[in-house]
Ligand binder design. Structure first.
Ligand code: ADP
Ligand code: ZN
Ligand code: ZN
Length: 827
């Protein structure tokens, strides 16, 4: 970094600003405002400041004042970056609540809340945007200098820019160039944007250009009613639309893929790929923005009635009951009245499927905030929201947008554990924080799910939240039939096909024969979770973590799912040299492999972390399944989330008992939710579906409750257990984890830390204890768990002491680099 020539602090200066830095430091940091910058200073703008010896940061002004700080002489701010605030007072309010509730710093909240483009750092690199037409008239001299340099050199660092401009302050210029779309941040252009492709059907020649030849086509299909219907449907639809989707044609003619295939063979149709835009305005037909079913109308009325005296309402509707349509209706009403709506979804459920459905009803009123947006698109959306525009659909991070008149928040699949951010700070829960956000705006909250979180349901029973039910599936389709397949019994009677019961295989075969699809759910990825030596009991373990390595067949590797460590598969036992190493258990990869043996004609696809790594891979798999290129989709919990496929006749759950055995207070709740959710993917449109739940131990009460689809029974039993063991929703939990590379250091630090806490909080403090996985990435872990009654004063008292103990441990000799992570409501 070049030499420091900071603006001198004028002694007459009496303006100070508290600045949030993108760091874990406890408090905003105070800077002096040099006189010449005073007119430009306001709350909510970014400034360039120095922190520590020489590091430059962009920080956010959260307060302007005259209080002389009693720390050493404050440094001056170096430059002002924004002319207008980028963050509103409302946003600060939410941030403050989060920092206080989740015990983290405002800087950490800011990091989660601001899009990357707002966070220029000394590592930022810029490059010329694709739209740059060199029109010097539009640029200031300095801006032009940068643009010109970039047309020669591909990318420039902050330091390069300082040299080129001959000045230290460059952030304001970068910001203006970003605004004008002349430069981009480097990482942005690495995100290749790929448009979505759909399969469409069109006529081959001569039918395509000669309408008089149509009778020839009808002659060709005269002997098949199905083909005839498909042809008729095509002729009709193609009159109204520019293009005809294969899936739509199949649906409208009530035929199947083999019908279309046969017609392609007869040289009537051809199937081709067509690109459709993801972001642009909605360009497809909006034929069936259909009217509400009676159940939906009733639910809508009840929701609105509850909103008269309740801030939060739970819509508890079985899978396929048509909840989405109810949300959309409510959103439309709010938008028409000029209010803003936030519709939250778990990230993985934000598929093109749901986005299309939302756009179909709301059209251009809705903006989608998803992970495929690049930085500039994010900023664009930010500005539209700030201007008070319509509705946003997005994952939990969408709640950080600068809303002006938020009137309604919808939290879809509110039970979903992925609403919780586990790492890093802020470890916040999207649903709970959204409720606070709504409260700050006086907005209403609608939570929706088929399997409510225990907390949420409890709140309806206490009368705190309104409750609205939808017990029937849309279109009168019955909920799927659930069959329990007892794997232990099947094994005794030698009716197992490797890991599949005969029941499961038979049902899969029958479904495929009917031209249906199937989904198989297994909560583990990879091929086999344990690789061991039967001679000496050696088993493969991670070198960095206390977990066993999972065998991944495709790469012939053993991999750690905690740290990513991988190693080649040993051919002999590293301990005793024996060559008879064996595998135990199975993951999705193995299921896929074995299915190919028993169902050789089926097209099998897999959806888990390993297959959705690429940017569009997830959408691609879903698209292939939708288009019928995949018959059976095997996957982890990703396949359970909110997907709506027409032709899924059978759903299989492979290790139901394993789901329920995790050493976690929520194992039963999660298992119940997962099973009912994945079951809900079956038989949604045409005929009643079947769900096969396979387990070795079928006696678990949750399995019975799933079989009967009995939420009330599950809720009653589970709640009783939570009460007995003093767990949420009766108590609040805070888990604190200390980490260090040396076990002795973490032991000593925790001894002291727990001692301090116990002095203040007594029996509320449980532990310390080694967590389920006691070492991760070479860090040794120790936990304490704080159990608190639902009493705000006591909770605040506890938080104050946790905060103090955490500060103190960092200042204790020898413990300064012990990591402390605090998780409030560890779900
Ligand atoms: P949920 O979200 O409750 O699981 P969905 O909203 O996905 O249920 O609805 C189930 C199916 O019913 C979807 O395929 C959807 O397109 C269809 N559907 C729901 N409401 C309507 C309606 N009013 N008109 C036409 N189709 C509807
Ligand atoms: Zn051995
Ligand atoms: Zn590891």
């Amino acid at each position: 970094m070049s030499q420091q020539n900071l603006h001198p602090v004028h002694s007459a200066t009496s303006y100070y600003v508290d600045v949030i830095l993108p760091l874990a430091i406890a408090r905003p940091y105070t800077y002096a405002v040099p006189e010449e910058l005073v007119p430009e200073i306001q709350v909510g703008i970014r400034v360039e400041v120095q922190f520590g010896k020489s590091k430059l940061y962009t920080g956010l002004v959260m307060r302007v004042h005259h209080e002389v700080p009693n720390q050493q002489r404050p440094k001056p701010i170096i430059s002002v970056i924004d002319e207008q605030p980028i963050v509103t007072e409302q946003q600060f309010k939410l941030w403050r609540w989060m920092a206080g509730y989740y015990l983290c710093s405002l800087g950490e909240v800011m990091n989660a809340a601001l899009p990357a483009n707002f966070k220029l750092t000394s590592e930022t690199r810029v490059t010329l945007g694709p739209l740059f037409h060199q029109d010097p008239a539009l640029l200031s001299d300095k801006e032009y200098l940068v643009a010109e340099a970039l047309s020669i050199q591909e990318e420039l660092s902050i330091e390069d820019l300082q040299d080129i401009l001959g000045q230290k302050t460059v952030y304001p210029i970068i910001r203006r160039l970003l605004d004008k779309r002349i430069v981009y941040l480097k990482e942005d252009l690495q995100e290749k944007y790929r448009p979505k492709k759909i399969l469409c059907v069109r006529f081959q020649e001569p039918f395509a250009s000669d309408p008089n030849s149509l009778h020839l086509a009808f002659e060709l299909v005269a002997r098949s009613t199905k083909q005839e219907t498909a042809l008729l449907a095509y002729v009709q639809t193609s009159k109204q639309q520019e293009f005809v989707r294969q899936s739509e044609l199949i649906r409208q003619s009530d035929t199947d893929h083999s019908t279309i295939k046969a017609m392609v063979k007869k040289e009537i149709f051809e199937v081709y790929e067509r690109e459709i835009s993801r972001l642009g305005s909605y360009e497809e037909d909006t034929l069936d923005a259909a009217t509400l079913a009676p159940q939906q109308t009733r639910a809508l009325g009840e929701i609105k009635a509850h909103f008269a005296d309740k801030g939060v309402v739970l819509l508890h509707g079985v899978t396929g009951s048509g909840k989405t349509r109810v949300y959309l209706e409510l959103m439309q009403e709010v938008i028409n009245q000029g209010g803003q709506v936030l519709y939250l979804l778990p990230e993985i459920a934000l598929t093109t499927q749901i986005i299309e459905r939302v756009q179909k009803v709301l059209g251009d009123d809705v903006m989608v905030y998803h992970s495929r947006l690049n930085h500039n698109e994010r900023i664009e959306l930010w500005q539209k929201v700030q201007a008070g525009k319509g509705a946003v659909v997005g994952p939990r991070s969408a709640m950080f947008l600068p809303y002006q008149q938020l009137s309604l928040v919808i939290v879809d699949e509110e039970h979903d554990p992925s609403y919780k951010q586990r790492d890093p700070n802020p470890r916040y829960h999207g649903r709970d924080t959204a409720i606070i956000l709504a409260h700050q705006f006086g907005a209403k909250v609608l939570l929706g799910t088929a399997t409510p979180a225990l907390e949420t349901y409890h709140n309806t029973q206490k009368g705190k939240y309104g409750l609205v039910l939808m017990n029937d599936r849309f279109g009168g389709i019955e909920l799927p039939e659930i069959i329990i397949a007892d794997a232990r019994k099947a094994q005794l009677e030698q009716r197992m096909y490797n890991h599949f019961t005969d029941t499961l295989i038979d049902e899969l075969k029958a479904a495929l024969e009917r031209g249906e699809q199937a989904i198989l759910f297994q909560n583990r990825r990879g091929y086999s979770p344990t690789y061991r030596c039967p001679t000496c009991a050696w088993h493969s373990e991670c070198v960095n973590c206390d977990v066993s390595l999972t065998y991944h067949k495709f790469q012939e590797m053993l991999k750690c799912h905690y740290c990513g460590y991988s190693t080649k598969l040993p051919t002999e036992c590293p301990a005793c040299g024996s060559t008879g190493l064996t595998m135990q258990g199975f993951g999705t990869e193995k299921i896929e492999d074995e299915l190919k043996i028993f169902l050789p004609d089926a097209k099998i696809g897999r959806m888990d972390l390993d297959t959705v790594r690429g940017k569009n891979a997830h959408a691609k798999i879903i698209g292939e399944f939708e288009e019928g290129k995949i018959d059976i989709l095997v996957g982890t919990q990703m396949v359970t989330k909110g997907l709506d496929f027409e032709r899924v006749g059978v759903v299989g759950v492979l290790s139901a008992d394993q789901l329920l055995q995790f050493p976690d207070l929520r194992a039963s709740e999660r298992g119940f939710q997962l099973m009912l959710q994945v079951a809900g993917r079956a038989g949604r449109k045409h005929r009643r579906g079947k769900v096969i739940i396979q387990a070795f131990n079928t006696a678990h009460p949750v399995i019975k409750e799933v079989l009967e689809g009995d939420y009330a029974a599950f809720y009653g039993r589970e709640l009783k257990e939570r009460h007995e063991f003093a767990y949420p929703p009766y108590m609040r939990l805070i888990r604190i984890t200390l980490k260090h590379k040396k076990p002795q250091v973490v032991n000593d630090a925790m001894k002291l830390y727990a001692h301090w806490l116990k002095q203040q909080l007594g029996e509320w403090v449980l532990g310390p204890a080694v967590p389920y996985v006691g070492r991760v990435r070479n860090y040794y872990l120790l936990d304490v768990l704080i159990k608190l009654e639902m009493n705000p004063q006591k909770i605040n008292f506890a938080k104050k002491h946790i905060h103090a103990a955490t500060e103190q441990i960092k200042q204790t000799q020898g413990f300064s680099n012990v990591r402390v992570s605090i998780d409030v409501d560890p779900y």
